[in-house]
Design a protein around this ligand. Structure first.
Ligand code: ANZ
Ligand code: ZN
Length: 806
């Protein structure tokens, strides 16, 4: 055979697959289904990154394999195309974001096409398409009508230079991640979604899905459910009470001071009574410049100021204790105030040490005395109560329950469950997003548009520049903004904020099931058949935002009767990053970015696919290696050259490789399902070494090999299939079967002895008959038996032949 030419072969098959609509998915409800999903990309100006093909190839492998196994497979692709980078590019280059998006999508699509993915391109979706975002808006209206969307004054991170609200993750060391300008807090009225109403359902649902453990754990931590109590502390000689949230009400006798957040309203209320007001103001100033993350970092040096003039009374023993303000207490969690128990809490301990505040030990370890002067004692599992009045002698768990009952009975507190999860800030003051379909009327308040008014199109604007006062560019479009109230017909104004990028991706997997439906986001039949997604793979960085948001929307739509399953995704896996050769993240500034186009050009798409699967364990990050790429190309060349040693007449397996064939089918089949693409490829590499060793391969062996390899390297294998006269197309063939019994080695090496001394070894079938084995043993001994008198012939099955002779 000629050298393998990836240029012609890959183009040829991509065209045939397109022409034949090879991977078009029908909604054929009679077949068993398999819905494979990868996170749709943001079509950035940089084009495809080598990180993209890793998950796309992995699920393409599974999709192709399942098709060969007779499943009706849905493996779709689309564009998550609203968002900031496109808008910023549009501003800078004075082009419409629509045009930018179109150009970027075309480039991405061409790149993905060149990699030979089996996506059904007839189901392509784009979140910026009005036929698509009509339904994003429709879901928002449903949320609004269900009372789950509301407007609220919120302090947001405001970049003074970009003039945009930033997410917490976008603020690094108090400055804007993008431009480095200082970020200030600005109070703005924002749309919020009540994801917190679904906190328990989002937690419980995790028990019913097959997500990798670290995804479940990080969702659980993000939701952060904790059980505790609220307790009221009286302020001495004042009317007010200071309410705290604690997960350790058992330690109430050990509370030696209180801490309130610098933003706590009690501070302003007693302004006149506070003697060190200047110090308080100064401290609050400083705290306002820090992010919540910086404030609560355990390692940081504790700071704070005492509220001079106010004290509190511990309700359990009527002791008077001081009240401090410190930034380690957040206004956004619990009640914004805590009772400090320095003997048993690490942060309180550090604070007490720094300001020489008293400590009272109230829990004792089972292993004798503990030194609370050296560190806080935080063990709850074995602890017993001491110095605690009616609680003394109880275990921590018993004491918790008893105090909770006591607090409830005396009406000075109650049981309380808290969550770390916050409501979802759903407004963006930007142009390139879905318009929020709400108008504001002075008489009627916030009024939703009628469903028939959707999609509410994004109007053309003169400038995409955000405004100085923090309003969206849409606010300048007075023609569009001024409208009539759907409720009373009076004058009203449209909402000018747009939705965040997370909106379109919160339900896109529903749309793929029925992407052109004009009556509904998808038909009930299509949803019933395809849901849940059987396997969803995506980045770890999307575990807490996208994955949680989309589960929230799905659960809401389930409660509304729109979707048939309580969970959107049955299985979730995650891939590791591909790093540069130096083991660092690929970036322009490091100059270590690999362009997938270059690899496809030089070595071919099949090589890139094989390499990205062979690079290492799928869930771990891996460093790029040019040698690794070349090695994978060599492997494919070797598969190609097997044509030169083909035994065309044998459509079965050769006897000596039969076990190996069955073993390889078994291993590759199961590895593909278990994210072990690298070991599957290694098994195929080992198999072809065996063909090279004997310089021959049967037709049956070759067909099986290329069928197994087809999901990884679809072009070269399809070409070989055609050359060796395979019937039809390779992608239409059945997945190879193996027999369990034939995966175990059936031949054994036995020793052939004369008078107990081994002379030769012999390869026999485990089940071969005794007479047959003895005959072959004597033949193998050749002239060694000449002139000898055989007395006895012994065969220990599968182990030894011993000829006793004189
Ligand atoms: C007294 C106490 C004693 C506490 C003890 C802990 C250990 P999780 O599990 O995260 O819910 N806390 C409450 N509100 C806070 C706020 N707004 N900012 C910072 N810390 C706050 O943690 C609950 C615990 O975190 C609460 O229980 C409280 O400290 C603190 F030995 O109360 B604890
Ligand atoms: Zn009105």
């Amino acid at each position: 055979a000629d050298m393998y030419n990836h240029h012609t072969v890959e183009k040829k098959w991509q065209k045939i697959w397109d022409d034949e609509k090879a991977f078009k998915t029908e909604n054929d409800y009679t077949k068993p289904k398999f819905y494979a999903l990868v996170e749709f990309p943001y079509p950035s100006g940089q084009g495809l990154h080598v990180g993209h093909p890793r998950p796309y190839t992995a699920l393409d492998i599974v999709a192709r394999k399942r098709r060969m196994q007779g499943y009706n497979v849905l493996y779709p692709m689309g564009w998550d195309a609203f968002g900031l980078p496109t808008e910023n590019y549009a501003i800078k280059n004075k082009v419409h974001p629509k045009e930018v998006t179109k150009k970027n999508v075309a480039r991405f699509k061409e790149q993905l096409h060149s990699l030979g993915y089996s996506f059904d391109w007839d189901r392509e979706i784009n979140t910026t398409d009005p036929d698509y975002y009509k339904w994003t808006q429709w879901i928002f209206l449903k949320l609004f009508n269900a009372g789950l969307a509301y407007k609220k004054e919120m302090p947001i991170n405001w970049c003074t230079s970009c003039k945009v609200g930033l997410a917490n993750e976008e603020v690094v060391n108090g400055v804007c991640e993008r431009c480095g300008s200082p970020v200030v807090r600005k109070v703005k009225s924002e749309w919020m979604l009540k994801i917190t109403n679904y906190a328990d359902k989002l937690l419980e649902g995790l028990n019913d899905v097959d997500y990798i453990e670290r995804v479940k754990t990080s969702q659980r931590n993000w939701i952060g459910r904790s059980e505790g109590a609220e307790v009221d502390f009286r302020i001495k000689d004042k009317e007010d009470k200071l309410r705290v949230y604690t997960t350790r009400p058992d330690t109430l006798f050990g509370a030696t001071y209180m801490v309130v957040s610098p933003e706590h309203p009690i501070i302003d209320k007693y302004k006149d009574k506070i003697k060190n007001w200047d110090a308080i103001v100064e401290y609050r100033e400083m705290a306002s410049r820090k992010s919540d993350f910086e404030r609560t970092e355990l390692a940081k040096d504790k700071t704070g100021v005492v509220l001079d003039g106010l004290t509190a009374i511990n309700p359990i023993n009527d002791t008077e204790i001081p009240i401090w303000i410190s930034d380690y207490v957040l206004m956004t969690y619990g009640t914004g105030a805590i009772m400090a128990v320095p003997a048993h809490d690490d942060r309180d301990w550090e604070f007490a040490k720094k300001f020489s505040l008293p400590m009272i030990q109230v829990v004792e370890g089972s292993e004798g005395p503990v030194d609370i002067d050296a560190a806080a004692f935080t063990d709850v599992a074995t602890g017993k109560m001491i110095n605690s009045g009616f609680l003394t002698g109880l275990t921590v768990e018993e004491a918790k329950e008893k105090v909770k009952d006591f607090l409830t009975e005396k009406k000075i507190g109650n049981r309380k469950v808290n969550y770390k999860l916050r409501d979802w800030v759903f407004s963006r003051q930007r142009y390139w997003g879905e318009p929020i379909p709400i108008v504001h009327c002075d008489k009627c308040g916030y009024v939703p548009l009628d469903e028939s008014e959707l999609p509410l199109l994004l109007p053309e604007v003169d400038s995409y520049m955000p405004t100085d006062n923090g309003e969206s560019p849409l606010a300048a479009m007075t023609d569009w903004v001024n409208t009539t109230c759907p409720c009373c017909g009076g004058p009203a104004k449209r909402e000018t904020d747009t939705m965040p990028q997370w909106a379109g991706s919160s339900w896109y997997f529903l749309r793929y099931t029925d992407p052109t439906n004009t009556e509904a986001l998808a038909s009930p039949e299509a949803l019933k058949y395809w849901l849940p997604v059987d396997w969803y793979n995506g980045g770890m960085e999307h575990t807490t935002l996208h994955l949680l948001y989309s589960r929230f929307w799905h659960k809401f739509l389930y409660d509304e009767g729109v979707v048939p399953t309580p969970e959107p995704y049955q299985k979730r896996t995650s891939h590791g990053m591909i790093l540069g050769e130096n083991g660092e993240k690929m970036s322009k500034s490091r100059g270590n970015v690999i362009n997938p186009d270059d690899i496809v050009k030089e070595y071919g798409a099949d090589t890139l696919r094989t390499y990205e699967m062979f690079i290492g364990a799928f869930d771990l990050s891996a460093s790029w290696s040019d040698d690794g790429v070349k090695g994978c190309r060599r492997f494919l060349d070797r598969v190609w050259k097997l044509q030169t040693m083909l035994d065309k007449d044998n459509d079965g397996y050769s006897k000596d490789l039969e076990t190996k064939m069955h073993q390889t089918i078994k291993k590759v089949s199961s590895d593909f399902e278990n994210l072990k693409y690298n070991t599957a490829i290694a098994a195929m590499m080992a198999l072809i070494n065996d063909f090279y060793k004997k310089n021959s391969i049967t037709l049956g062996e070759y067909k099986t090999l290329i069928t197994l390899l087809n999901p990884v390297a679809p072009h070269i294998t399809e070409e070989i299939w055609e050359i060796i006269g395979g019937e039809g197309r390779l992608y239409e063939q059945s997945w190879p079967e193996y027999e369990e019994a034939k995966t175990v080695e059936s031949t054994v090496e036995i020793a052939v002895q004369i008078n107990g001394k081994t002379k030769v070894t012999l390869s026999i079938g485990k089940d071969d008959a005794k007479d047959d084995v003895l005959a072959r043993a004597k033949e193998a001994l050749g002239d060694r038996l000449d002139g000898k008198n055989i007395i006895k012939e012994i065969y220990v099955p599968g182990r030894i032949v011993n000829i006793v002779a004189k």
